[in-house]
Design a binder for this molecule. Structure first.
Ligand code: GDP
Ligand code: MG
Length: 720
């Protein structure tokens, strides 16, 4: 017999870890809610007839967010044979709230008392037998992480599926129970409905989503209203609060009956949090941690690897041998140029940054796995809230440090549409792995590898997100109270090598695959456009390429960027190719600048060429402005696609792209123009005036007080 087992539980209770352990698959395990936004299916290892479904985390069955709806709809309409209710045993009180509701669904339930390793380590004891009796279902102690209790859990599920019956043991107050059975008997569609009790409770709570579609018979709605109003009057409270109160009373009673805590005081985790999330220390600690991460990955360890790959591997070994080989077999100069200048130069330049990416993601994965990144969302919530933003918005942004696409999808955790849209717009500001090569290139080409450039870019991105959030929230399009943000802070634990290595490997693999496919194809096109004139005459890389197709197109657009300090055709073309993938920017610059020397084996290496040629093209300020523009401007096509899907509206997709363009242009303009004045590199002129006006407009949008009634601002216009 085939059975379907659904994993339901609060975010962070370990559902995905359990799913991976049971099925042997490798779904992303994250330390924050919103990682699993869609349900995933798999079969138990060595048991093809047992299906496991991993659902997004939920706090209750009265869903408010898109992912919560996914879970509730699945449980109610698809009717799994058994539900495994994942309960984080180290946080049992909060987790049982959902349990009381799951028990009402009329589907057999087995409770996995997960994270039992944490409970045991603390020395706490939970009386399983008593708990089973109070809840009326089987309880199995598990640790998804350590592989404890998995076999037993599946066996209990199979037994429960056979019995096909689950009677809720938890009873409400006698008058509530009376009201419920009265509702059940007065509504015809609830007769013989296995979910009758659940629906009766929802009708008593006046659950909006249920009421929308619920079919009453004639006169039944009025009867239910009378029953509800009578109860509400007796309790002097509304239906929903009565039910919620009852649940908490029940849970409090069960917990005091079954859980024996060893220490009532603070755990080590709490002690660490006293410092790490301290009101005053939290931000400096976060800044220091990120500084260190970028220092290690971009400026020291990662760079040694990158230098070797760039200078030796793709600078000497590969091109020299390839040149000798191609000359040996008598290839034409053109084909040789395509392979060496184009493909090796372009793809090699991107692959060169792999060591830095690996070190960076190794550090970030460790921070995430031990539980630190979850604290960042919590700390950011405190800051965001001051500005009317919700910390919920910061989680997709944190996910976006890998790649914006899952970050943008992760916004589904945000129930409020306005906040969700606002978050989608700013998520791609976060430097994703593809932007790391740009940051590293700018650092090396213009700042002599100074260690502070990369962290500066990172914090500028966060500042850009906060500033954009405030500006957008002050317009009528996004105004509204910030969404509440509840989040379990997981206990700190030693990083699991399996998780860390898997994350890092996934990122590195995606990076290499992209280099071998999209970047490779784009590079060939770039080489072509750069090697031919409009009349399709071949020009060698040793000649001046400004007369090539690429040079001509780039030169036509370049003046647009002159006020930002990079009005040359090379960075212009590179910026546009960044739409394909952000790494392409570096690849394009490498093809453009690297060609001149490498037919001569004794010349400077390819990477040296990229650095010195590009480095000589702009001032340091122009280089920084170029970096900032590319941090904030429109993301790659893949991310634009994700924006379009999640916005589900051409108008909002357009708005997002327009905002990103206007914002990036405005910020770079202000940085370059005002920076040039301060550094004495320019005299006061028309563009200085424009930059000052733009800066004043931005400050106005940022600091004005928002008055919802009178606001007539359209932000797209206001930012110009
Ligand atoms: P989900 O949100 O319910 O899918 O939770 P995840 O599976 O993503 O896990 C959240 C965090 O809890 C991860 O850091 C896991 O490594 C950790 N975790 C999961 N199960 C256990 C467990 O049994 N013991 C401990 N100590 N940690 C666990
Ligand atoms: Mg999950």
């Amino acid at each position: 017999m085939k059975i379907n087992i659904a994993l339901a539980g609060n975010p962070n209770s370990g559902k995905t870890t359990m799913f991976n352990a049971l099925t042997g698959s490798a779904q992303y395990v994250g330390n924050w809610p919103g990682v699993t936004v869609e349900k995933k299916e798999g079969t138990v290892k060595g048991d093809k007839d047992t299906n496991i479904i991993d659902l997004p985390g939920i706090y209750s069955l009265s869903p408010y967010t898109l992912e919560e709806v996914v879970s509730r709809d699945y449980l109610l309409t698809e009717k799994p044979d058994v539900i495994i209710d994942m309960v984080d045993a180290s946080n049992i009180e909060r987790n049982l709230y959902l349990t009381t509701q799951v028990l009402e669904l009329g589907i057999p339930v087995v409770i996995a008392l997960n994270m039992i390793d944490v409970v045991r380590k603390r020395g706490d004891v939970i009386d399983i037998k008593k708990l089973e009796k109070r809840l009326g279902c089987k309880v199995v102690e598990t640790s998804a992480l350590k592989g404890i209790g998995l076999k037993e859990l599946i066996e209990e599920c199979k037994k429960a599926a056979d019995i096909k019956e689950s009677k809720p043991v938890h009873n409400f107050n006698s008058d509530v129970e009376a009201a419920l059975s009265e509702i059940e008997s007065s509504v015809s569609s609830l007769q013989d409905n296995p979910n009758a009790r659940w629906f009766a409770i929802k009708l008593l709570e006046q659950d909006i989503k249920v009421m929308e579609t619920f079919q009453y018979g004639p006169g039944e709605k009025e009867k239910v209203d009378i029953i509800r109003e009578r109860l509400e009057k007796a309790h002097d409270d509304d239906g929903e609060s009565i039910i919620t109160n009852e649940r908490y009373l029940f849970i409090g009673d069960v917990v005091s009956d079954t859980v024996k805590k060893k220490h009532v005081g603070m755990t080590t985790s709490d002690k660490i949090d006293r410092i790490v999330t301290n009101r005053f220390l939290a931000l400096p600690i976060f800044a220091a941690v990120m500084f260190l991460v970028y220092y290690v990955s971009i400026s020291t360890i990662g760079t040694w690897g990158t230098d070797w790959v760039n200078d030796v591997l793709f600078g000497e070994i590969v091109p020299d041998n390839l040149n000798a080989f191609l000359e040996g077999i008598g290839t034409s100069e053109m084909v040789q140029s395509l392979i060496v200048d184009g493909i090796v130069g372009g793809v090699g330049a991107v692959l060169g940054f792999l060591p830095q990416i690996i070190v960076l993601f190794l550090c970030l994965s460790i921070l995430e796995d031990i539980g630190y990144m979850a604290r960042i969302a919590f700390i950011m919530d405190r800051i965001f809230r001051k500005f009317g933003l919700s910390g919920k918005s910061f989680i997709p942004i944190l996910i976006g440090t890998g790649c914006s696409v899952p970050g943008i999808i992760g916004t589904r955790t945000i129930e409020n549409d306005k906040d969700r849209r606002m978050t989608i717009i700013v998520t791609s500001f976060m430097p994703c792995s593809a932007k790391i090569p740009i940051i590293a290139l700018i650092t090396a080409a213009f700042f002599d590898g100074k260690f502070w450039v990369a962290p500066l870019a990172y914090f500028t991105a966060i500042l850009g997100i906060i500033v954009s959030g405030i500006i957008l929230k002050k317009t009528s399009l996004f105004a509204g109270d910030p969404a509440p943000f509840v989040m379990e802070l997981p206990q700190y634990h030693a990083p699991s090598p399996k998780n860390v290595i898997r994350h890092t490997y996934d990122r590195a693999k995606a990076f290499v695959v992209k280099a071998g496919t999209i970047i490779l194809a784009a590079t060939v096109v770039i080489w072509f456009l750069m090697s031919f004139t409009p009349s399709f005459e071949y020009i060698s890389f040793e000649d001046d390429s400004s007369g090539s197709l690429l040079g001509i197109i780039g030169s036509a657009i370049a003046p647009l960027f002159a006020p930002l300090g990079f009005g040359k055709w090379e960075p212009t073309v590179a910026t546009f190719t960044g739409l394909i993938a952000k790494e392409q920017l570096v690849s394009t610059l490498s093809v453009i600048t690297g060609g001149a020397a490498d037919l001569d084996p004794d010349a400077v290496s390819e990477a040296g060429d990229l650095l010195s040629t590009f480095g000589g093209m702009l001032t340091a300020l122009g280089g920084f402005s170029f970096l900032i523009f590319n941090l904030f401007n429109t993301p790659c096509f893949a991310a634009i696609g994700a924006i379009r899907r999640e916005m589900d509206s051409p108008k909002w997709t357009f708005f997002a792209i327009a905002y990103q363009l206007v914002f990036s242009y405005a910020v770079s303009l202000v940085i370059f123009q005002i920076g040039s004045l301060i550094l004495g590199q320019a005299t006061f002129g028309l563009w200085s005036v424009i930059a000052i006006i733009v800066a004043i407009c931005m400050l106005f949008l940022l600091f004005r007080s928002y008055n919802p009634g009178k606001d007539k601002f359209k932000p797209a216009i206001a930012n110009n």
